[in-house]
Write a protein that binds this ligand. Structure first.
Ligand SMILES: Cc1cc2nc3c(=O)[nH]c(=O)nc-3n(C[C@H](O)[C@H](O)[C@H](O)COP(=O)(O)OP(=O)(O)OC[C@H]3O[C@@H](n4cnc5c(N)ncnc54)[C@H](O)[C@@H]3O)c2cc1C
Length: 385
């Protein structure tokens, strides 16, 4: 194996492989010498990605299911809405990995290495990636490993943790056209807690027990909550669990850098680059929007470092404010989301959560939340910037 490349992709999860896919679909970049390094071979169905977007997306060929109707429930609030322009989409991890890797195999200019990366360092003209065995270099290294994660602790970070069961009921129970985005009609004794329910056929659905709290629970607690919900709320007693998925996503006020050096030679992607939305944990869509710009810069012969725009800073502030309120426990997550879905047109809430809202929608959102709690957190996060 050579030791110098045009690009090194360090970490081949969502962000690394999304970048690879985009590079290979860009005629001016598709023949670049690319090295992809990960400590794991990506074959497992280790996560299910959901996101919403308008129109057709790059990964539409592997979308497993899509919904145009979503529901939101909380005590006293019941909203079922048909989205106008957004579609809620689901991609299975295994489909994503095999789609991108299967296509990349056809390119002799792309090499894959399964190895643990010990460090990544930069110099004015490039960056180096060190594994146990060897050092590799390239003008740009795209990093989505956790090597540069900032310090996260219970003061600045909430964990979004969940156990999801893909279930198959013995008789038809679901409407595969309608998904439940959040059902907050649950005990909130641990903190912000909701159920997420995505039916993919009349008999099958992914049901996820999700919490935003400081620490994860014992496995039995998630299982007990899922059993109760499936039995009592969905009214299903005869079913089998065909797949399960446990996840922890950091929702953090810590500062994730887009680059690690003065010359912009190490470009952070994905969660490592701060593309996990601090207030919701959603990442997929924000990774794609960032990578669109990275590839556009490379195509134009520019640095792949995407500077933060005014809109980036604005949504960052909204997210940090909401997370600050949740961390300070001044208002519960259930109360905030219930007010949003009760007081604002749901499509506008979805646009806001996708960082695509208009000024008018944002003013409606600002007016719907408890002002005193948000003003304090908003000011604190403005100063912290
Ligand atoms: C179970 C689960 C479900 C999720 N569902 C959603 C969802 O529905 N919607 C959504 O928007 N977001 C979701 N997320 C959040 C987010 O989209 C994912 O975490 C996403 O995978 C983040 O992409 P990434 O590329 O930053 O990290 P990853 O996909 O985790 O990729 C990082 C890669 O780096 C490799 N790596 C790390 N350290 C090293 C090292 N030192 N050396 C070599 N390789 C290394 C890892 O093996 C991994 O392959 C989910 C997360 C989880 C865990």
């Amino acid at each position: 194996m050579k030791d110098s490349f045009d690009y090194i992709i360090a970490g081949s999860g969502l962000a690394g492989l999304s970048l690879l896919h985009r590079l290979l679909h860009e005629p001016t970049l598709a023949s670049k010498r690319i090295l992809v390094i990960d400590s794991e071979k990506k074959t497992e169905n280790d996560r299910t990605w959901c996101y919403w977007e308008k129109g057709t997306g790059l990964f539409d060929p592997i979308v497993h299911h899509r919904w145009d109707t979503l529901s939101f429930f909380a005590p006293g609030v019941s909203q079922t809405f048909q989205m106008e322009s957004y579609r809620y989409k689901m991609i299975l991890g295994k489909d994503f990995y095999s789609y991108v890797l299967g296509e990349a195999e056809k390119y002799s200019n792309v090499e894959f290495l399964t190895a643990h990366i010990k460090s990544i360092s930069a110099n004015p003209t490039g960056a180096e990636v060190k594994t146990e065995e060897k050092i590799f270099s390239a003008p740009y290294v795209f990093n989505s490993t956790g090597l540069f994660y900032p310090e996260m602790n219970t003061q600045n970070t909430l964990l979004q943790h969940f156990l999801g069961w893909q279930i198959k009921a013995n008789t038809p129970h679901f409407d595969p056209e309608k998904a439940t985005l959040m059902d907050f009609t649950l005990d909130q004794k641990h903190g912000t807690t909701f159920m997420y329910m995505l039916p993919t056929s009349t008999q099958e659905a992914l049901v996820e027990y999700t919490l935003f709290t400081e620490k994860v629970l014992e496995r039995e607690e998630y299982e007990a909550a899922l059993k109760q919900y499936i039995h009592e709320d969905l009214g299903i007693s005869d079913y089998e669990i065909t797949h399960d998925e446990f996840g922890v996503i950091p929702m953090s006020l810590a500062k994730f850098n887009r680059t690690e050096d003065d010359h912009g030679r190490i470009i952070n992607l994905g969660t490592a680059g701060g593309f996990t939305k601090a207030s919701t944990g959603y990442t997929f869509y924000f990774v794609q929007k960032h990578l669109d710009k990275v590839v556009a810069n490379l195509r134009a012969g520019k640095s792949p470092l995407v500077e933060r725009s005014f809109a980036d800073r604005k949504y960052d502030w909204y997210d940090r404010t909401l997370l600050d309120v949740l961390l300070s426990k001044k208002v519960t997550g259930r109360d905030i989301f219930a007010r949003l879905f009760e007081g604002v047109k749901p499509e506008s809430v979805m646009a806001f959560l996708a960082n695509e809202s208009s000024e008018w929608e944002e003013s409606k959102i600002r007016l719907s939340v408890p002002l005193t709690a948000f003003i304090g957190s908003g000011m604190r996060q403005l100063i912290a910037k």
